[in-house]
Design a protein around this ligand. Structure first.
Ligand code: A3P
Length: 272
């Protein structure tokens, strides 16, 4: 007899696997997991469990669209499928490839203050390296090289939102890309999620009772279908205290890029 775990998952009658109607394209450390899990509360939304990396990793892209569809969850006709892969936002190939699949797709992009994002990115790599017993460096030692800002540092490059957005706007109309304010999603998730419901033309189903603030975690957690859950412990880790001169250097480096980004999207954020 085959082992239970070897059996393919049963397809509930009336469902099928569908390519995404909406993709959360990033940004890494913007709050992409929180956004996906919070949207999953909606009865008309089903989400892909893992990051698929179809459009940004060549070795997956060559497997073709049926492989991609096979990774999507089963959904009913009245449900939309959402996948999130934060690497898409900074990938040179992703915009064109996604456009080739569905030129009228809806995209969600969750952003937070670019300096905060760099520190969050550093913190994630720091813990990953600790766990695999690799040497770690102080934030300041990576960010400053020979007395100047190390603008080649990948985490800094990923926070140049204007540069990445320009590529997306070559393929998509601005009204196909909804930007979620990651700083607001942390402090008060419901209004940001209601904006997403409107963008996706879904009935308003996400309620304030779907969230509760967990004092120990210091973040909102999710209540749905009679269950309560917080995000994984790797989400919402304390950040290192960064030298104030280094912080100022980062703020001033991003300032022009942010202004450029605000012009592109006709909207501004209260980032440093
Ligand atoms: P930090 O861990 O640096 O605080 P992503 O899922 O894209 O990797 O983003 C991770 C970030 O999501 C976390 O960064 C955290 O600030 C943010 N976040 C937003 N809402 C959250 C929530 N309810 N619980 C945990 N983290 C949340």
């Amino acid at each position: 007899w085959p082992q239970f775990h070897q059996l393919p998952p049963l397809r509930p009658p009336g469902t099928s696997r569908r390519i995404p109607h909406t993709i959360i394209i990033g940004v890494r450390k913007g709050g992409t997991r929180a956004l996906l899990e919070m949207l999953d509360v909606h009865p008309n939304i089903v989400v892909a469990a893992t990051e698929v990396h179809f459009f940004d990793w060549d070795e997956n892209y060559v497997k073709g669209i049926d492989w991609y569809r096979g990774l999507m969850p089963f959904s009913y006709e009245n449900q939309i499928t959402i996948e999130k892969t934060p690497g898409y936002f900074t990938s040179p190939q992703a915009p064109e490839r996604i456009h080739d699949m569905n030129s009228s797709i809806k995209l969600l992009l969750i952003l937070r203050d670019p300096t905060e994002r760099v520190i969050s990115d550093y913190t994630q790599v720091y813990y990953n390296r600790l766990e695999s017993h690799k040497p770690v460096q102080l934030f300041e030692d990576i960010v400053i090289k020979n007395g100047a800002l190390n603008t080649k540092y990948k985490a800094i490059q990923r926070s140049l939102y204007d540069i990445h957005m320009e590529r997306w706007l070559k393929h998509f109309h601005l009204n196909q890309i909804h930007i979620v304010d990651g700083n607001t999603l942390i402090k008060d998730p419901l209004p940001e999620l209601q904006k997403v419901e409107r963008f996706l033309n879904l009935p308003s189903r996400i309620m304030s009772s779907n969230f509760y603030f967990n004092q120990t975690k210091g973040f909102y957690c999710i209540r749905s279908d009679g269950r309560e859950r917080c995000l994984h412990e790797s989400k919402g880790r304390p950040h290192p205290v960064v030298n104030s001169t280094v912080l100022e250097q980062l703020y001033s480096y991003f300032r022009e890029h942010n202004a450029n980004f605000y012009r592109m999207i006709n909207h501004s954020f209260d980032w440093h």
